[in-house]
Design a protein around this ligand. Structure first.
Ligand code: PEP
Ligand code: MN
Length: 348
């Protein structure tokens, strides 16, 4: 249920309604927009019946009570009354009119490699630095990431450049260590439906990027987000990274229609990963331009100082020396959709 308060409702009246909702056993999720406050009564069907029975619409402070039509609730656009969520990640904004360019190597390989990539990202105007220390590899015999050593190198790169760090966690036992350096924690496509992990990240409170599973519907992606939001962590970013279809001519099918459709369904920022969808460097820029023009809130892209020597995903990583030009073109495409590339906050 959604309880839409009147424009004149006071803080005390909002608190009163929230308390009445909590009294039914449902959770009261207060969302304050520019003019209106909406309180989501979150629970199961029985909670809905009990909230309905409260007759809240009779209170003067309440404008109306409406059911949340969808299964996804906290991520639905309805709950924020149509407004976009804008997240502030260490000074770098994502969502609304802001476009975030997250770039860096697939995996952290060495100090030299990461520093060279980070320098290119910073100088090219990237918003955040990505790099995996724990890698989800299809084969257990492939390089699995540097682990703690990789996290330490990311911390150095962050101190050096001031760029916020995006890095993946696959195992709840690593969350504590990852929280030491990550400004945003990435949930990979393979873990989109790892519900205990999502719940733990909801509790950890750090911003999370959730990548769409290879065969997940948009509804399922939003239900994954719901696991994080439900724990009180409102900083969730969704990422389209290509899905499996019958087409075999390329690695994955980048579903760019997901961007405008997700934006209709949810208030959460939506970004696109053209690197893993394409698997080929030559497709990365055109797909990035299309993603920016279709209204994505950002891009997460792989960049390496020497892709030929990369330990993983070499064929798709952009040359670090070409990143600045790429960033300029992407920023121009984002401008077509009314968005401005978010400059990184310098902490140095
Ligand atoms: C990655 O971003 O490095 C990655 C492995 O992506 P995905 O989970 O989308 O395959
Ligand atoms: Mn990769």
């Amino acid at each position: 249920m959604l309880v839409v308060m009147t424009e004149s409702a006071s803080e005390a009246e909002i608190a009163e309604v929230a308390a009445l909702i909590e009294g039914t056993g449902a959770h009261a999720h207060i969302s304050s927009g520019e003019t209106l406050t909406v309180i989501g009564a979150i629970g199961d069907r029985e909670h809905d019946v009990r909230v309905e029975a409260l007759g809240l619409e009779q209170l003067e402070s309440v404008d109306r009570v409406v059911p949340i039509a969808k299964q996804y609730k906290l991520s639905s656009r309805q709950i924020r009354h149509g407004e976009d969520s804008i997240l502030d990640i260490a000074g770098s904004k994502i969502g609304g009119d802001n476009f975030s360019l997250i770039a860096g190597p697939c995996t952290v390989e060495s100090r030299d490699q990461l520093q060279a990539a980070a320098k290119a990202v910073l100088e090219g105007g990237g918003s955040m630095l990505r790099g995996g220390a724990y890698k989800p590899r299809t084969s257990p015999y492939s390089f699995q990431g540097l682990g703690q050593e990789g996290l330490d190198l990311l911390a150095e790169a962050k101190a050096e450049t001031g760029l916020p760090i995006v890095t993946e966690v696959m195992d709840a036992r690593d969350i504590e260590a990852v929280l030491e350096v990550a400004d945003v924690i990435q949930i990979g496509a393979r873990n989109m439906q790892n519900y205990p992990l999502l719940t733990e990240l909801g509790r950890a409170g750090r911003p999370v990027i959730i990548k769409r599973g290879f065969s997940a519907t948009l509804g399922e992606l939003l239900m994954a987000a719901e696991y994080v939001l439900k724990e009180g962590n409102e900083a969730v970013i969704l990422c389209e990274r290509g899905i499996r279809t019958f087409e075999t001519a390329y690695r994955f099918t980048l579903d760019l229609m997901a961007v405008p459709v997700l934006k209709e369904m949810t208030h959460l920022p939506v970004i696109v990963d053209p690197s893993h969808a394409a698997g080929r460097r030559d497709l990365v820029e055109p797909l990035s331009l299309a993603a920016a023009a279709v209204g994505a809130d950002g891009i997460i892209v792989e960049v390496h100082p020497d892709p030929q020597a990369a330990v993983c995903d070499g064929p798709q990583q952009l040359e670090a020396s070409e990143f600045a030009l790429y960033a300029e073109r992407v920023a121009a495409a984002a401008a077509l959709a009314g968005k401005t590339l978010a400059a990184p906050q310098q902490t140095r």
